[in-house]
Structure formats: C-alpha cells, structure tokens
Design a binder for this molecule. Structure first.
Ligand code: HEM
Length: 462
C-alpha cells in the first residue's frame, strides 16, 4: 500500500509508539483507481481479487473514485472523513440502490431506514439494548455456546464459519423470543433465517435470481414464508398472553410512538428480521476469524490460553469473568480492527458536498471503508499484523478504530455483539484446540459482511 503523495509522518519527540495525536493530521487527498475496464469499470477487479484491489486504493488517495459498471462510488479511508460522512446527516443519508434493495427484501428496519425515520425507530429499539438486559442475553449466549460445543467430538472436522453462524443465529432467536417457542420451532426459525440471510445478499447483488425458477429460489421463498408465519404466530401469542417476558420482543411490543401508536405486526416482523440480519453474521464472523487467527499465531494463542486457565481454572466462563479477561477482549478488538465485519458502510449525498477538495453532486455514492481505515499505515504501526498486544501498548489511535460506526447510527448492538463474541471465544478456546485442516491462509470474502469463508478445523480437547 504505497502512498507516495501523502506526507510521511515526521519523527516525533514523544516516546509514544504512535507518532500522531488523534484525530489524524494527514491531509486528505482525492484520487481515482486506475485500471477501469470499458463499461465494467473496476467490477472485474472486485470480482476476482477484491481485497488486493481494496488494499491498493489508499495508494491513490484518501477518497478514491471507483467505477462499478456504470455507477461511480467514492471510497473513503481517512479517519476525519469517515467521521464526517457518518455524522453529517444533513449531507449524507442511507438512501440509494443498495439500501432500496435491502429495504425491498426486509422492510424498513432500524439498520436501513433513511435519516427522516431514524430518530423515531432508534428511540423505539434502544431500550431492548439497555445494559440491564445484558445479563439475560449473556445467559442465552453461554447456554447456546454449550449446546453448540456439546455436539463437537474430538478428532472431528467442523467448519468454524458455519458453526459460529449457527451459534449467533440461535442466540438471536432465543434473545428475541424467550417464551412460547419450543426448541423445535426455534430451530425451524433459525434455519429459515440462515437461508434468508444468505439469500438477501444474493438478491442484492444479482436481483435476476428472483426471476428464474430454481431450487434455491424455492428454498428462499419457503424460508421467507416460514419466517413470516413463525414470527406472526409468536407475536400473536405474546399479544394474547399480555405478559412481559423481559425479552426483546416484549420490549418491542410495549413501544409507543409520540402519538401512542404501537408497532404493527408487519413492522415488528421487519424490525426483528433487521436486528437479526445486522447482528448474526457480523458477530459470527468475529468468532470465526478469531479462531483461525489464533491457530495461525501461536504466541497470541498461548497468551490467551494462559489467561483463560488462570481466571477460569477449568470452569465454564460467565459474563462476570469478562472484566478479568482483558487479553481475550483485546483479541476480539484486534479481530474487529483487521477484519471489521461491516467493512463498508454506504451513504448517498443529499446535496452538493465537498469531500477532500472535490464537490460531489447530490446522489453520489460514498463508501466508508472501515477495513481500509483500520489498516492505514499512517495510523497503525505494522498495520496488517495481527497483534492483540498493540491494545495495551497504546498503538491504537483514538478515532481510527470504528468497527461499530459512529454518531446517531452507531451500532445499537455493539455491547451485545462484543459480549457474545468474547464469551464464545473464551468458552471455545478454554476447552478446545482447533487446527486448520489447510495451512493455506484464509481468503476473505467481502460480501455484506467480511467473512473468512469456509474454515474447516480439526477438534481436539484441551
Ligand atoms: C461484532 C458485531 C457487529 C458489528 C461489527 C456491527 C457493526 C455495525 C456498524 C458499523 C453499524 C453502523 C451502520 C451505519 O452507520 O449505517 C451498525 C449498525 C447497526 N447494528 Fe451492528 N454490528 C454488530 C453487531 C450487532 C448486533 C449483535 C446487533 C443486534 C442484535 C446489531 C444491530 C445493529 C443495528 C440495528 C444497527 C443500525 C443502528 C442505527 O441505524 O441506529 N449489530 N452495526
């Protein structure tokens, strides 16, 4: 990632391993990515070597114009500009083709609604994430991790990416609806959700799949119908019982807007689907990346196991242990830095807006690339290296680590996701040794979430 035109950091008299105060002082530059094909633009690069292409962008500027077919996007990786795009809601909105497609599939949930609807929706959902509910959610997380690893056998090979996804979708279903749902119904909903989450991505990038009859289309439609009838039945049961079960659905049922109106059944279904969509694959990818990176970095793994042995002494992890597991927390933070699941956060300009000295007309697509921001060599020493130790060495500048975004739309589930990933990692790493079947490095798959792709690993008891 060479960046010949950007000023190189001057030597600092301070002993700090990071020479810049925060926020970052380097002046943002605008540039464009070379190598566009006629008509296709940079799509061939994005399709064949997406991360290498992304990694090359900061060499051309801090805001880089990229062509995707006939559309143009401006990819931002400068900390001050990422902050500006995500917090200047007068100039940037969650509108445009991508959001329209997701909304068409999932309805208008909190994670995709435009600015005009955001405040009311956020106020409605925020209480479900109040810290007073975390204990109950954490109990679901530890119970579901035990169910998952209870199925594991020494010597077997599991795909940790799939297993982590199974865990987080199960936790999501259980945290949303704790009552009136049998284990079988919960598993059916979880399965439907899995098909839906995979299918939404396919439909966003290739909407044509919905016009061609195929087994995959039938499976997606069946899953959608099952999800809708399943959620409707649970909502009806909750309404009829009129009892506060203390879970996310009970909280959503109690929500009233400023006119005293409750959410309709369709709105409830959309919000539940959005929460699960936003929370399940993001969190599972952190767990999967952590397990793989630890297997590839024995020193970090030894330090983690040392901490887990000392603190847990062989007993199962509980949420109360988390403050005494700082290194485990640093592993999760470092994974979120190197492989931020929400690697690209899109916005559309709503008026002519200046960015790095260029005036962007209204309707321009701007992509905040958190993956690139977290790897800027101007911000992080040895930026591409997995090094959880950098968190205690003071090598992480404030404002340069934004895996949950920033401002009014900052992730509502940041604590939920972090606690879930940390508990799952502690529970798995304290009991199991996982060895990759293939020594080949993972090939990250940047889709809606930056997933490590399939990761078959062999299990051994610790
Ligand atoms: C490690 C896991 C997670 C990561 C990295 C992550 C990342 C993010 C990011 C970057 C945003 C900001 C998007 C924007 O500004 O447009 C966001 C928003 C959101 N996230 Fe998360 N998320 C995670 C887990 C979760 C969980 C567990 C939930 C729910 C249970 C959740 C629900 C949401 C929702 C509803 C929003 C929209 C918030 C709003 O617009 O007010 N996320 N997330």
């Amino acid at each position: 990632m060479s960046d010949p035109e950007s000023p190189s950091p001057s030597p600092s008299p301070s002993p700090s391993p990071f020479p810049f105060p925060s926020p970052s002082p380097f002046t943002p530059r605008h540039g464009h990515a070379p190598g566009a094909w006629p008509l296709l633009g940079h799509l061939p690069h994005l399709a064949t070597r997406p991360l290498a292409f992304l990694d090359s962008l900061p060499g051309h500027g801090d805001v880089v114009r990229v062509r995707m077919g006939t559309r143009t996007a401006h990819v931002v990786s400068h900390p001050a500009l990422v902050r500006r795009v995500l917090t200047d809601r007068g100039s940037f909105d969650r509108s445009g083709v991508l959001y329209e497609k997701v909304r068409a599939l999932l309805g208008d949930g909190l994670a995709t609604c435009p600015n005009a609807e955001h405040r009311a929706q956020r106020r409605a959902l925020q209480p479900a994430f109040h810290h007073s509910h975390m204990d109950r959610y954490a109990a679901v997380m530890t119970a579901e991790t035990q169910v998952l690893t209870g199925r594991w056998r020494p010597g077997a090979v599991v795909d940790v990416t799939e297993e982590a996804f199974r865990l987080t979708t199960a936790v999501a279903v259980r945290a949303m609806f704790s009552a009136g749902i049998t284990p079988r119904a919960a598993e059916e909903l979880r399965e439907a959700l899995e098909v839906l989450l995979r299918g939404v991505y396919t439909r966003v990038v290739a909407p044509a799949v919905d016009h061609v009859p195929s087994p995959a289309r039938r499976r997606y439609r069946r899953a959608l119908a099952r999800w809708r009838t399943g959620v409707a039945a649970i909502v009806a049961a909750y309404r009829a019982a009129g009892v506060d079960h203390g879970d996310a659905l009970s909280l959503l049922l109690a929500v009233r807007d400023e006119h005293g109106r409750a959410l309709s059944d369709a709105e409830l279904g959309d919000q539940v689907a959005t929460l699960v969509l936003a929370g399940a694959e993001t969190t599972s990818s952190v767990v999967a990346w952590a397990l793989r990176l630890l297997a590839d970095h024995p020193e970090a793994a030894a330090r983690l196991h040392g901490e887990l042995e000392t603190v847990l002494a062989g007993r199962p992890v509980t949420p109360e242990d988390l403050p005494r597991l700082p290194y485990t927390g640093d592993v999760v933070r470092e994974v979120l830095r190197l492989y931020p699941p929400a690697w690209a956060v899109a916005r559309t300009t709503t008026r002519t807006t200046e960015l790095a000295g260029r005036a962007l007309p209204p309707g321009s697509t701007v992509i905040c690339c958190l993956y690139l921001l977290h790897r800027r060599r101007e911000l992080f020493p040895d930026a591409a290296r997995f090094d959880p130790g950098r968190w205690t060495a003071g090598e992480v500048p404030r404002d340069a680590w934004l895996p949950f975004g920033i401002g009014a739309t900052k992730c509502v589930g940041d604590v939920f996701g972090t606690v879930e990933a940390t508990l799952a990692l502690a529970a798995i790493a304290s009991r199991w040794r996982l060895t990759p079947v293939s020594p080949r490095p993972p090939r990250p798959v940047p889709r809606i979430v930056l997933s490590p792709g399939p990761q078959p690993m062999r299990l051994a008891r610790r």
